[in-house]
Design a protein around this ligand. Structure first.
Ligand code: ADE
Ligand code: ZN
Length: 326
């Protein structure tokens, strides 16, 4: 079987996906029309042409703008169901979806609207597409801890729908320690702590995410490679990295996929998974990430299998649920 078919057929889970980052330009226009919103771009092509980024902040500015067309529960439902249909076409059997409530509540959209739309799509996808999903509520790290506390409070009536908390947005200058208390409070409520760390930020931020936030999985984590002791600590704690190859090149975290550290990470004994991050903005869904990183690093079928297996092993599913896939 050729590599592309092998990748397409491989059962896999996606562990690092921002639902707002799955908003395709075509859907931006459809939702803008449905909600009578005037966009500053005249066409899908014009919008796509703006997707050129020098760094994370460049991307975030456009990503938050794009999300402003999401108004009603039906919008969040359509966004999520559309992503889940793409999962079905790629043999993604399980997905852990991040959502950024503050991106919406800051604009006056109720928490309830966001969570109900997303979770109803997940329930329908389980029934109609046989894909399981868990939700990760991510705090925006460029906002204050007080703001994150407000979001935690708003989430409590919907606690049964949310598995974990995450930390995303502008990393530099917003270290994990800024969120120590809100993460402690989130864990008390039963949420599993996760965080983006070491995407653009230094290895010290990964140490903080481990030692202060006590995270159970590291989103990105690329910059751990600058610190041998940190690598050993991550291995000792058996924490997986959710690596996002096409995101890393789009945001210039890595200059070329051929220089991507994914294989080096695996060779060092780190547990790695492959993910799409924000597929609508970075040029490819999950399988495209697999296809391009396989080609660039000449990964073997055994290594691809290992990556897919890790995606289930390091998911937030219960051990019983994981057994179906391992
Ligand atoms: N929000 C959406 N995508 C992100 C990324 N790659 N890093 C930080 N925050 C994000
Ligand atoms: Zn991310």
């Amino acid at each position: 079987m050729n590599m592309i078919n092998f990748i397409n057929n491989l059962p896999k889970a996606e562990l690092h996906l921002h639902i707002e980052g799955s908003l395709e330009p075509e859907l931006v226009f459809a939702l803008a029309k449905r909600n009578n919103i005037k966009l500053k771009y005249n066409s899908v092509e014009q919008l796509k042409a703006a997707y050129e980024f020098d760094c994370l902040q460049d991307f975030l500015d456009i990503y938050y703008q794009g999300a402003s067309v999401l108004i009603t529960e039906a919008d969040f439902y359509d966004l999520t169901y559309s992503y889940l249909q793409k999962c079905a076409a790629q043999n993604i059997r399980h997905t852990e979806i991040m959502f950024d409530p503050q991106t919406h509540t800051e604009r006056g959209i109720a928490f309830k609207t966001v969570i109900n739309g997303i979770s109803k799509a997940c329930i329908d996808a389980k029934e109609k597409l046989n894909i399981s999903s868990l939700l990760i509520m991510s705090y925006l790290r460029h906002l204050t801890e007080e703001d994150a506390f407000k979001t935690l409070e708003e989430s409590l009536p919907y606690k049964h729908l949310i598995t974990a908390v995450g930390l995303d947005s502008s990393e530099k200058g917003n270290p994990p320690s800024k969120f120590e208390r809100v993460f402690k409070a989130s864990v008390k409520e039963g949420y599993i702590p996760l965080a983006h760390a070491g995407e653009e930020g230094p290895s010290e931020y990964i140490w903080e995410a481990l030692d202060i936030l006590n995270i159970k999985r590291i989103d990105h984590g690329n910059n751990c490679l600058h610190d041998k002791n940190l690598i050993q600590e991550i291995i000792k704690r058996d924490l997986a990295l959710t690596v996002c190859p096409l995101s890393n090149t789009a945001l210039q975290v890595v200059d070329d996929l051929k220089n991507h550290p994914l294989k080096k990470m695996m060779d060092l004994g780190l547990k790695v998974t492959v993910n799409s991050d924000d597929p609508a903005y970075f040029g490819g869904q999950l399988n495209q990430n697999f296809i391009e990183i396989q080609k660039a690093l000449e990964l073997s079928k055994r290594q691809l299998y290992e990556l897919a297996k890790n995606s289930f092993k390091y998911s937030l599913l219960s051990n019983n649920e994981k057994q179906i896939y391992l």
